[in-house]
Design a protein around this ligand. Structure first.
Ligand SMILES: [Zn+2]
Length: 113
């Protein structure tokens, strides 16, 4: 797992750590690099990036559209109902995954009872 140069993390919120954990675990299972291209940088309110609750992930290095769908499915499976994942600007220059805390969801934290 890699972080693009210039990406800024400000605060590690619980949901941010939850997302990073899933990305790290999945990165060990795939042949391509999982690259974070934005955290708390390059966005303005009301973007969840500014609240340390969103990440952008490079998608254009993923070898097929099936693999991109699989990435979304696996992330949904690992992250549960607390996180939304979308492929933004599909087939355009700026295509990337955006993942963020789901609106209205109250993330319970990393440790489960
Ligand atoms: Zn984003």
């Amino acid at each position: 797992m890699q972080v693009k140069q210039g990406v800024r993390f400000k605060t590690f919120s619980p949901v941010m750590l939850w997302m990073l954990n899933a990305l790290y675990l999945y990165s060990r299972r795939v042949s391509y690099d999982i690259v974070i291209t934005s955290a708390n940088d390059g966005h303005v309110l009301p973007s969840r990036h500014v609240k340390d609750e969103a990440l952008d992930i490079r998608s254009k290095n993923i070898p097929s559209s099936d693999e991109k769908l699989r990435f979304i499915d696996i992330m949904h499976f690992m992250l549960g109902p607390y996180v939304t994942i979308i492929l933004e600007d599909e087939n355009k220059d700026n295509e990337h995954f955006h993942m963020q805390a789901k609106k209205g969801s109250d993330f319970p934290g990393i440790l489960r009872p």
